[in-house]
Design a protein around this ligand. Structure first.
Ligand SMILES: [Zn+2]
Ligand SMILES: [Zn+2]
Length: 131
């Protein structure tokens, strides 16, 4: 008698032979993936526990905040966008100088893009002429 036993691996449902009673899994891979699954399950439970029912600050709809730090205050992508827009308008009202600055910057950026486009076209025309 050599004490070998046939066991079923809980990771892959495959049968394997072992003489060690403590061995549960057929391989290191199965043991590791099982450990990972356990961690995932724990995280799922944690997330469930941290779910908080909130009211959307834009449309007043009730929604469930599943984020870990409960930073959500809008029910949907659309409301989040709306909130961003409102925040932007608020910022614009409160910081008219900064708004003007940012507008200027965006204009010069557009002008630069236009300049480079023209530059590239000129360059292309030159090389065409050379050929
Ligand atoms: Zn296995
Ligand atoms: Zn909403």
């Amino acid at each position: 008698m050599d004490g070998r036993k046939i066991k079923v691996c809980p990771g892959c449902d495959g049968e394997f032979e072992t003489d060690d009673n403590r061995v549960k899994y057929c391989s290191d891979g199965c043991r590791r993936s099982a450990a990972l699954n356990k961690v995932k399950e724990c995280q799922k439970v944690k997330n469930k526990e941290t779910n908080v029912t909130k009211k959307c600050c834009i449309c007043n709809a009730v929604f469930i905040d599943t984020t870990i730090n409960h930073c959500k205050n809008t029910c949907s992508e659309e409301c989040a966008k709306e909130k961003k827009h409102i925040n932007y308008l608020k910022w614009k009202n409160e910081n008219p100088e900064s708004y003007k600055e940012s507008q200027k910057k965006s204009i010069t950026r557009k002008e630069k893009i236009g300049y480079w486009k023209k530059y590239r076209i000129k360059k292309r025309l030159k090389t065409i002429k050379k050929n």
